[in-house]
Design a protein around this ligand. Structure first.
Ligand SMILES: Cc1cc2nc3c(=O)[nH]c(=O)nc-3n(C[C@H](O)[C@H](O)[C@H](O)COP(=O)(O)O)c2cc1C
Length: 184
């Protein structure tokens, strides 16, 4: 059994909807167990993260970067860094923001560097951009990780962004399985 943890922050529920879509994608892959962890609850879940084969990081983009609560989680994880507790785990990341760009790329770069700090192995987003319609896959055109955009009056990202997140979750799950199977 391959185990994957998603650890995420969401101030207003929209990145939470994206995280749940990533979870659905992971759960669509046989023989994979997934855990959805809010950063607010992480103190009770460090052991779950330590035991996971893969960790998916998710944060809204606030002021062109990860949110404050997610950054606090990153800083708190430095105890894991010291022990290299997450070295060689699969890592991936997603973000959601109000604008189409909104400087989301910077958030994904932050997440990828964070994973590299931990010696993790980053898996990107592999769906080609399918156009600009609301139901289009990867309409944001993001390859480093899964990206979503939520309108101010909406409680969640577009259908296409959620479908993209689902495909992304499945990709991470298959990658984690292959990585685990090949471990020596
Ligand atoms: C403090 C703050 C900063 C924000 N900064 C950005 C930003 O830099 N770029 C952007 O496109 N949207 C920005 N937004 C909008 C949020 O990214 C957007 O509302 C998102 O859907 C919130 O996700 P959440 O519901 O998971 O918190 C900001 C929102 C807040 C509250």
């Amino acid at each position: 059994m391959t185990t994957i943890a998603i650890v995420y922050h969401s101030g207003f529920g929209r990145t939470a909807a994206q995280a749940e879509a990533v979870l659905r994608g992971i759960q669509s892959v046989p023989d994979v167990t997934a855990h959805l962890i809010r950063v607010e609850d992480v103190e009770a879940h460090w052991a779950t993260l330590d035991a996971a084969d893969a960790i998916v990081f998710g944060s809204p983009t606030y002021m062109g970067s990860v949110s404050g609560p997610f950054k606090s989680f990153m800083d708190a994880s430095s105890r894991r860094w010291l022990q290299q507790a997450w070295k060689d785990k699969i890592a991936a990341g997603f973000t959601n923001s109000g604008s189409l760009s909104g400087d989301k790329l910077n958030t994904l770069v932050q997440l990828a560097i964070f994973a590299a700090q931990h010696g993790m192995v980053w898996v990107g987003q592999a769906e080609l951009p399918g156009g600009r319609a609301d139901d289009a896959i990867n309409r944001i055109g993001s390859m480093l990780g899964a990206a979503a955009q939520s309108d101010q009056g909406s409680s969640r990202p577009s259908d296409g962004d959620l479908a993209t997140a689902e495909k992304f979750g499945a990709r991470v799950a298959y990658a984690a399985q292959r990585w685990k199977r090949g471990a020596i």
